[in-house]
Design a protein around this ligand. Structure first.
Ligand code: FMN
Length: 219
């Protein structure tokens, strides 16, 4: 303990314990249900919660893919290496159980979308499909792959196109209906979180903040 906190020396931890501490603390993490195609055209789908948007200009999304225990690539990583394309389908509450079926360690010849009862629709900017049941899908071209140690890689994808379900976006203002999106996040362990407890918090300008402080001091 140190000052009411438990401090962990990461160098002294096992990889498993570091994983548990990171996924239990960096929460909630959005979930990318990534669709790819193998060089033979076969469709693959798998969820990744080491996922986020890292830049809007250029528009970059990132996923962190761990290798299998025997160091072989997951199908997603292999397909992206071979085709340079992937689609990030956003997971909403209605499709969370189907998403979880896509995480089962099926052999490469099995189409996870079929097993999960999800529907593949053709892509526009990429050859891999998007998922009809998903509220949103980002079509990406591989931008850069960062190899981390022996077991993990971070794939950066440049967004080439975005599908948003009708009714979820105002095409003029580009305002996305967060309630309608109903995205689900991954917590630690086997936990998930819904995004239904929303609030707004605008950052004040310096002038507004200074004025509010003055009122605070005088009133
Ligand atoms: C919610 C959720 C999040 C996951 N996040 C990751 C992740 O960030 N990185 C990873 O390598 N595996 C992650 N997994 C496990 C993969 O989805 C799983 O290994 C999958 O079978 C890989 O499939 P593939 O071989 O078809 O690519 C996650 C699983 C679930 C259910």
């Amino acid at each position: 303990m140190s000052g009411g906190y438990h401090h962990f020396d990461f160098a002294a931890l096992s990889a498993r314990d570091r994983y548990k501490l990171i996924i239990g603390t960096v929460v909630p993490r959005p979930i990318a249900l990534v669709t790819t195609r193998g060089p033979d055209g076969r469709v693959n789908a798998a969820p990744f919660s080491f996922f986020n948007s890292l830049s809007a200009d250029p528009p970059i999304l990132a996923i962190g893919v761990e290798n299998h225990a025997d160091m072989s690539f997951k199908d997603t990583a292999r397909n992206i290496r071979m085709t340079e394309e992937f689609t990030v389908n956003i997971v909403d509450d209605a499709m969370v159980e189907a998403m979880n079926i896509c995480a089962v360690d099926f052999p490469p010849e099995v189409d996870e979308l079929t097993m999960a009862g999800l529907t593949a629709l053709p892509g526009t900017h990429v050859g891999c499909p998007r998922i009809a049941e998903a509220p949103a899908a980002f079509e990406c071209r591989r931008h850069l792959t960062l190899e981390l140690g022996r077991s993990r890689e971070i794939v950066l994808g440049e967004v080439k196109g975005l599908f948003l379900r009708d009714g979820l976006v105002d095409p003029v203002t580009k305002h996305v209906d967060q309630r309608g999106l109903d995205a689900v996040g991954r917590m630690g362990g086997h936990g998930y979180a819904r995004t239904r407890d929303l609030f707004d918090l605008r950052t004040p300008s310096l002038a507004e903040w200074t004025a509010a402080c003055r009122v605070g001091r005088t009133g």
